[in-house]
Design a protein around this ligand. Structure first.
Ligand code: TRP
Length: 330
């Protein structure tokens, strides 16, 4: 069976854009591949952060992922597998300064920090971030890495690093990981449907998968439909986004009937919004139930994830044993 690996940062929230764009796909891939999914807390240390909150958010993300259907044995916390950092160091010695400088995500994040404060502290960790990501991937010999287009450059770097390592040490050791770009629905911000749903835009711009029903309904009710720059004969991005959410939730009956109304000019936005909220609430309901169950057994679940991380760690240790041998460590 081919290996699939992907990781997510513990940002504290899992929004419906993350769910439809990634997590739902991760859950499905578990039927076909040997899947390994990480909550990457080391990565979240690259930007200014609060230690207590990092730990809390790491567990929160673990519980969210489990609630969505990620299997326990496939899930690990990166910080419990310190071999990632050792491999990161070794790989950083076959990565050039120049190629890291070309990473657009590094440039964007640096800019973000400096917009807030022109003397902002930009860590070497932020610069090395893509090498840690390459370590995540190569340490488990991943064949496929399901990621969004925004991670394409990092994936390409991972392949280049694998290739350079192999070349430098004269051994076809690391396999070349391929990105897995599955068609996933692109969910936009309800408050600004010209932008992708994202937590960094602010609270109005994303819908947390585990919000209270009331909040979800309110957020959908206030979603922007017409932006005033409507193109004749074209559906506005806000309306399209609501249709997209209904479809992503799998409620095709509602989708088809509302689409027929749209075509005939009889669509009321209030009806569209109500159907969108209904579809979301129905989708999320079982996730919330599962989350409540998991939270009721919090300590036991945490122990299970420590255990699954320990089992996954053995694979990482095996790789490190071989790598240390190859690169000349004692
Ligand atoms: N950089 C990825 C993101 O921001 C997260 C990530 C870290 C990742 N390590 C990874 C994704 C390894 C895929 C494989 O989304």
């Amino acid at each position: 069976m081919k290996n699939v690996l992907s990781c997510i940062q513990p940002t504290g929230d899992l929004h419906i854009g993350n769910y439809f764009g990634a997590v739902q796909n991760w859950v499905n891939l578990q039927d076909t591949y040997k899947c390994t999914y990480g909550v990457v807390d080391y990565h979240s240390m690259t930007m200014p952060y609060d230690p207590a909150l990092l730990r809390e958010n790491t567990w929160k993300m673990v519980f969210y992922l489990l609630s969505c259907g990620i299997k326990r044995e496939n899930l690990f916390i990166q910080g419990l597998v310190p071999e990632h950092v050792e491999l990161c160091w070794i790989l950083s010695c076959v990565t050039s300064y120049g190629e890291l400088q070309r990473m657009t995500q590094f440039k964007e994040k640096t800019q973000q920090l400096q917009e807030k404060d022109k003397d902002a502290f930009v860590s070497a960790g932020l610069f090395a971030y893509p090498v840690l990501q390459a370590a995540d991937i190569l340490i488990y010999r991943a064949d496929y890495v399901p990621v969004g287009k925004d991670q394409e450059q990092h994936l390409e770097l991972s392949r280049n690093i694998a290739q350079r390592f192999n070349h430098q040490f004269g051994k076809e050791y690391f396999i070349h990981p391929e990105p897995l770009f599955t068609e996933t629905p692109k969910i936009l911000s309800p408050a600004d449907p010209n932008k992708k749903m994202s937590k960094s835009l602010g609270e109005k711009h994303y819908i947390n998968l585990f919000s209270e029903e009331d909040r979800i309904r309110k957020q959908i009710k206030s979603a922007v439909t017409d932006t005033g720059e409507a193109v004749e004969g074209e559906m506005s991005p806000g309306v399209k986004n609501l249709f997209e959410i209904i479809r992503a939730c799998g409620n095709m009956a509602a989708y088809d009937s509302l689409m027929a109304d749209y075509t005939s000019g009889a669509l009321r936005y209030s009806a569209l919004k109500e159907a969108t909220a209904d579809a979301l609430v129905a989708l999320i309901h079982p996730f919330r139930e599962r989350l409540n169950e998991l939270n009721a057994n919090k300590t036991a679940i945490q122990a299970e994830i420590r255990e699954s991380s320990a089992v996954i760690r053995q694979r990482a240790q095996e790789t490190l044993r071989e790598v240390r041998e190859i690169v000349g460590l004692c």
